[in-house]
Design a protein around this ligand. Structure first.
Ligand code: UT7
Length: 315
């Protein structure tokens, strides 16, 4: 398969570090130096499904394709207002497609997991055109009184249209269960039979553990894709990394010994939008003319689980 079109949408509301400093014991200086985030885009009156639909339509337009030409839709999402139906079904109707669809929840690594699933469908000869759409509102998961988490995140939707081709060189996924590092509980409706204690807990994170995992996993995943294909890091044109923390990106850059201009970033004014980070970054690079046909792109993401993955592909 190959990526033939991209699209993305951000919420309108810009929340700066100064705005957060008005109600949190934090500062622009702390957030900027420790994370690289100066502002983030936060959902206010938008609905996530509308953003996902718009991002998908942009990706279809970029690919020159109509929604009724799609054979499958994969939506990556951690939370949204619906418990059911799945978000991909809402997006399917919203864009006017008629194909089957599934949701996956692989946290921030969802885009790369979706590509792996799609690639398997292509290899099995089951699909022609596929839409991958990542739609995330992590700002609805954090406690906005918790300065350790809420300053990191932003919302957004990013989409990619896949068509037949031979551009995926390698995809490597991994999972290692560490459910006490990055997690959230939601309270389900009570029944007359529930006797266990249940609690509603916003997103919890052991930041330093996640940081260490992220650097190790991303470096390893990218190295595995390079080893499998015999490509050297020098031959890769762009390293598109999950936008979780500029210090994580810098550490991976140091490990790969590559110049910073190969690492496009948007964390400064986007924050971490979970699985949407990778397709939003890809779309922004695509639309700004940064990508040339034939460029080699290494993309990597990591997240709660822990899960991680990297993909090496040709533009
Ligand atoms: O998609 C995956 C999602 N998550 C991640 O990728 C997160 C990975 N981890 C990180 O990015 C970093 O660990 C953080 C940015 C979360 C934290 O940075 P850190 O350099 O690891 O700081 P820390 O947790 O060691 O905290 C240092 C100090 C603490 O104060 P004390 O105990 O030293 O007095 C924190 O309470 O900084 C304090 N602190 C803050 N201060 C001002 C934590 N958050 C803030 C804040 N403003 N927002």
């Amino acid at each position: 398969m190959k990526i033939s079109g991209t699209g993305s949408v951000l919420p309108r509301k810009v929340v700066t570090n100064e705005m957060l400093s008005q109600f949190l014991d934090t500062s622009d200086q702390w957030i900027t130096t420790r994370t690289g985030v100066k502002s983030r885009r936060v959902i206010s009156d938008e609905k996530l499904e509308d953003m996902a639909i718009e991002a998908s339509l942009k990706a279809l337009a970029d690919a020159g394709m109509n929604a009724d030409e799609l054979d499958f839709i994969i939506c990556s999402n951690v939370v949204n207002e619906y418990v059911t139906p799945q978000l991909s079904c809402i997006i399917q109707g919203g864009i006017g497609a008629t194909c089957p669809c599934i949701d996956i929840n692989c946290a921030c690594a969802g885009f790369i997991h979706a590509l792996e699933i799609a690639e398997s469908f292509y290899k099995a000869g089951r699909v022609g055109n596929v839409l991958v759409v990542c739609a995330e509102e992590p700002t609805r998961m954090t406690d906005w009184n918790d300065r350790r988490t809420c300053v990191l995140f932003g919302d957004g939707a990013g989409a990619a249209v896949l068509t037949p081709g031979d551009n995926i060189r390698s995809i490597k996924l991994s999972a290692s269960s560490a459910t006490d590092k990055l997690w959230q509980y939601r309270l389900l409706h009570h029944t007359p039979y529930i006797t266990k204690e249940e609690v509603d807990v916003p997103l919890q994170m052991k930041g330093q553990d996640v940081f260490k995992f992220a650097v190790k996993a991303a470096s390893r995943d990218i190295a595995r894709t390079l080893k499998e294909t015999g490509v050297t890091a020098d031959e890769v044109d762009h390293f598109m990394l999950h936008q979780a923390n500029i210090r994580i990106i810098n550490a991976i850059q140091e490990y790969l010994e590559q110049p910073s201009d190969k690492f496009p970033v948007n964390i400064e004014d986007h924050g971490n939008s979970s699985s949407s980070c990778c397709p939003i970054l890809l779309d922004e690079c695509n639309r700004s003319g940064r990508l040339k046909r034939g460029d080699l792109i290494a993309m990597s993401a990591f997240g709660a689980g822990f899960v991680s993955g990297a993909v090496l592909f040709e533009w």
